[in-house]
Design a binder for this molecule. Structure first.
Ligand code: CO
Length: 136
């Protein structure tokens, strides 16, 4: 198992248009794309920075996991995502390590990537997402 890259840092926002506009004004960056990911209950904007992205997440409903996060914590840092060459190898390794996983098997995320989450109680209170991009 090898981490290839810091894929993205995800930030939950209540108003995606407003957050995109504030990032544009403050930091002179633009989203590469926006996408609704029904399976995760979010609309996301992916803003490239170097070889990584800032992922702005807006919950589609208050009942989704990100919706509950927003209600509990307000806007803010949600997870850190690492790119891996093989999500199957990464998950097998983490299972062997006894890591506490949110996802036992990969699911499909934004951009058609295969993704899986590792529970924040597993390491330093950080929700970690592993991402296998289709082009890698
Ligand atoms: Co993410």
């Amino acid at each position: 198992m090898k981490l290839i890259n810091l894929d993205h840092v995800a930030i939950v926002v209540s108003d995606l248009d407003d957050a995109v506009e504030r990032y544009r004004a403050r930091y002179n960056v633009e989203p590469l794309y926006r996408e609704t990911v029904e399976s995760q209950g979010v609309e996301e904007a992916m803003i490239p920075v170097g070889g990584s992205f800032i992922q702005l997440l807006r919950p589609l409903s208050a009942e989704s996991s990100v919706g509950r996060f927003l209600e509990r914590n307000g806007e803010g840092l949600h997870h850190v995502a690492y790119a891996v060459a093989s999500i199957d190898i990464a998950l097998a390794h983490l299972k062997a390590e006894g890591a506490r996983l949110v996802d036992d098997s990969p699911r499909v995320g934004g951009g058609g990537a295969k993704i899986a989450f590792v529970h924040p109680t597993d390491l330093a209170g950080t929700l970690i997402e592993l991402v296998e991009r289709p082009y890698e």
